[in-house]
Design a protein around this ligand. Sequence first.
Ligand SMILES: Nc1ncnc2c1ncn2[C@@H]1O[C@H](COP(=O)(O)OP(=O)(O)OP(=O)(O)O)[C@@H](O)[C@H]1O
Ligand SMILES: [Mg+2]
Length: 455
Amino acid sequence: MNVNEVVTFVDKIVFEKTGKHLDDVQAAVVQGTWERRTYDDIAQECNVTKNHVGDIGAELWQLLSQALNEDIKKTNFRSTLERIYIKSSENSNIYNINGTNNYFYYPQTLNHSHQKTQETNINTQSKLSHHDLTLAPQIIKFHNRETELQTLNYWILNQTTNLISILGLSGIGKTTLVKRFIDLHQQKFEVIIWRSLKFPKSLNLLINDLLNTCQQQPKATINDKLKQLFDILTNKKCLIILDDVQNIFTPHQFAGKYQPEYQDYQTLFKMITETQHQSHVILISQEQCPEMESLDEELYPIKSLELSGLENIDILKNTGLKDEDTWLNLMILYTGHPLFIKTIAISIKKIFNGKVSEFLAENELIITQEMQSLFSQIFHKISPIEQQIILALSKYNQPISREDLKSRLELSSTNFINGLESLQKRYLIHKIENDNILFDLSPLFREYVRNFCQD
Ligand SMILES: Nc1ncnc2c1ncn2[C@@H]1O[C@H](COP(=O)(O)OP(=O)(O)OP(=O)(O)O)[C@@H](O)[C@H]1O
Ligand SMILES: [Mg+2]
């Protein structure tokens, strides 16, 4: 029994009793309580007061107590549901909710004497079986990103944006953000399928996999399979997530160039934006490809969300770090990058006994092993032209103009301009727009390049 099943179960009871599905805060209270988090914590995540969360919780526990004929409170919510679950698996897998047509169903063996019950639950099962989040990470802690969640909310739930890309540096929080969005809104989609392209497979195999997950037998040709897939996207509200998309692009070349064996993904991405349907595909990637860009965002159902660092210190709470008044400086030093912040927090705890002010007094930018390994993968994956530009940029402590940078390099204008553009598509350089345009490396990447890439 996992948190998604619990939210779906509670949503079903609430819908049966009130005619309304769980709203975002109610879903967060159910999820947070299941994960044994405090109302304070849930309130911060939802950007509402603790009292409001307490009121929502009290209403939910009362409604669930009546529906399940149990005395349910925040403190026994999880244990009671787990007990009910065990009881239901022992008793022909079905738990009847008092006086309603809801059943707590787990797909093992069905009791054949309950023909009507069986039908009801097959419907429920088939609906849930289209939610395949097996490969999605479980999110225990989530901070900030309210604006990004609202943006996704608007694009996906208010507009029909068919193709959305979530972009940014490795470790910046792309996967975490999308999973959080799903945890909050999963009841709004008939089909949700999460797939990672960390170990990419051919488009043909991916479509077979998507069709099988939707319980459809894939036809013989790729054209027929695409037709089957788009029939589903048209008839049902689906959310398909493809994570780690950068792995279908060619290493050691400019960003966003498909590997020959994955070239036909381009066709799929184009079809998703050009065909009329009611579904959404989210691409999560460390680098942009042309299909993720749109010159006229108003006209095309395609949007990109580029993530930068977290802006406040919430991620450092409950980590055991000391000197809270200096945490913001630490966040700024490590550009709010959540993965880097987490790894440096661990080092500070181990070496400085958690004293952030002592760490900052060292006055040096420390590159941890994890950061080194992440930057090393990035540096060794980019093209030789981009490496040359990065090495030249790393010699400066401040942003530099395009003309100055070019004068330090022996590159043709074409290679230089394409190299700069590619580095921007990978979020490795920043463009600063003042009177004239300047380019800069993030201080951490600069420090890494200076120390580890000079050969
Ligand atoms: N909003 C957040 N609140 C708390 N922790 C976060 C947040 N965003 C990211 N993290 C943490 O930072 C780490 C990196 O996040 P995540 O895996 O989502 O990055 P990513 O951008 O998908 O990286 P990659 O491109 O390498 O897959 C994870 O440990 C995650 O728990
Ligand atoms: Mg990721």
